[in-house]
Design a protein around this ligand. Structure first.
Ligand SMILES: C[S@@+](CC[C@H](N)C(=O)[O-])C[C@H]1O[C@@H](n2cnc3c(N)ncnc32)[C@H](O)[C@@H]1O
Length: 199
């Protein structure tokens, strides 16, 4: 993957938000919310992609578990915070400045079908849904959390009830929950699971 053009409105808005967050809190590695209490669903190792990674908490957590991680976001401020967190934790992540409005890095030849784990947490763009499974290798795991209308009511960034299952129900759904304004889904692409160390 390589850096691509960035949409200035998204970038400026999110840079400002991340700058406030960085000033308040240095951040810490954390599993994806949808995998809390079920980290045994993760493949044994391989390559991971964090889509809209923010300040890198999940990307660094995955790297600390031995995954080779690509982490994509539109905000240079967020990626710098991720770099600092990775340095503090002694792990390496490939940080990619990329505007997801231009599509997922699936268009990059080394990304399609290459990842054993794809995480997309609190970045909701239904236009990107059909592209997410294409990033996964056979046996790979999709881990997604979005804001939801369930228990909250409508909102411009919220998924309608059933949105994730409708989008990803063709995969093997291992976990799906919608409550308290969030929806999460963990699903596996059919095929053999990865082996540790494969890139
Ligand atoms: C609510 S934050 C979630 C961050 C992280 N996934 C997490 O769970 O903490 C949404 C993220 O999406 C990123 N983002 C927003 N629009 C984007 C775009 N067009 N392309 C890439 N990233 C974008 C923001 O910079 C921000 O880091």
């Amino acid at each position: 993957m390589r850096a691509s053009h960035t949409h200035s409105a998204d970038r400026e808005r999110w840079d400002a938000r991340h700058a406030v967050d960085v000033a308040a809190d240095a951040g810490a590695p954390a599993p994806p919310d949808a995998l809390r209490g079920r980290t045994e669903l993760l493949p044994a190792g391989g390559r991971a992609l964090d889509v809209a990674c923010g300040r890198g908490a999940v990307a660094v957590w995955l790297a600390a578990r031995g995954f080779a991680v690509d982490a994509v976001d539109v905000s240079p401020v967020a990626l710098d915070a991720g770099r600092e967190l990775a340095a503090r934790e002694g792990v390496t992540v490939r940080w990619v400045l990329h505007d997801l409005d231009a599509g997922l890095p699936a268009s990059e030849p080394d990304s399609c079908g290459a990842h054993d784990v794809v995480v997309c947490q609190r970045f909701r763009d239904p236009a990107r849904y059909p592209e997410l499974p294409a990033l996964l290798a056979p046996g790979g795991l999709l881990v997604i959390t979005v804001l939801s209308e369930v228990d909250e009511g409508p909102g411009p960034f919220r998924a309608a009830a059933g949105e994730l299952r409708a989008a990803f129900g063709a995969l093997e759904v291992l976990h799906h929950v919608e409550r308290a304004g969030e929806a999460s889904l963990v699903a596996r692409v059919s095929g053999p699971a990865s082996v540790p160390g494969r890139r």
